[in-house]
Ligand binder design. Structure first.
Ligand code: DX5
Ligand code: ZN
Length: 218
């Protein structure tokens, strides 16, 4: 896939009309699917049965962001169900490499996410096992929070590692991305942009996707 990737987050969609809201962003690159378990984060969304049903209603690549405990157990079924990418949190497991290998073996890409306060350095050596690095730019759990520009130091560090050939993955950012924050994320070297409220809070979600992509390219 070629950057910039725009991934609308259905966390900000209408959960009673997920199929319609997914189809409303047909011009998006990926659909971002926020799975929360009320343990790893203080919020609960939906799980595999809902995601499987939504897959039947959308032809977009599914970018599943698992904000859950025990990804060893719960992550591979998303890959088996046909997710394009399955991202889990570094803070949620002692063995991220095993989870990444299980995801790839099950046929999806593997993503590692780090919360705003989690440093990048301890994970650099294992990132060769991953296709995506998801840098959270808000505390995971809720849409509509303010972008935290301080996480862009981690994006810049990852960008350098990719550009120097040490790593081969896509750098994704999630949280508070909108027309007024996407430029600085782009300048730091982000490839993939998640946007929830900026897309679904707009009267015209598809137009919002196009505007974000244009701004990221500029
Ligand atoms: C937060 C989720 C995000 C959320 C982003 O825990 O991971 O994907 O939907 O929403 P906005 O774009 O509104 O910050
Ligand atoms: Zn997310």
């Amino acid at each position: 896939p070629t950057a910039p990737i725009i991934a609308p987050s259905i966390l900000s969609a209408d959960f009673a009309h997920l199929a319609d809201d997914a189809r409303a962003v047909d011009n998006a690159d990926w659909l971002h699917i926020d799975v929360m378990d009320a343990h790893f984060v203080p919020n609960l969304t939906f799980g595999l049965p809902v995601v499987k049903s939504l897959m039947k209603a959308s032809s977009k690549p599914f970018d599943c962001h698992l904000m859950i405990e025990d990804p060893e157990r719960w992550a591979p079924p998303y890959a088996e169900a046909g997710a394009y990418n399955v991202t889990f949190h570094a803070e949620s497991t002692n063995d991220p490499v095993s989870v990444a290998r299980a995801l790839r073996a099950a046929g999806s890409n593997a993503g590692l996410s780090i919360k705003p306060g989690t440093p990048l350095e301890p994970y650099i050596d294992i990132l060769k096992e991953f296709d995506v690095l998801l840098v959270m730019s808000v505390e995971p759990g809720f849409g509509g929070q303010s972008f935290m520009p301080e996480v862009l130091d981690k994006v810049r560090a990852a960008r350098r590692l990719v550009d120097s050939g040490e790593l081969d993955l896509m750098i994704e950012i999630d949280g508070g991305i909108a027309l007024d924050t996407i430029d600085e994320a782009a300048a730091a070297g982000v490839d993939c942009y998640v946007a929830g409220s900026a897309v679904y809070g707009s009267a015209d979600p598809a137009a919002a996707v196009d505007q974000l992509r244009e701004r990221a390219r500029a």
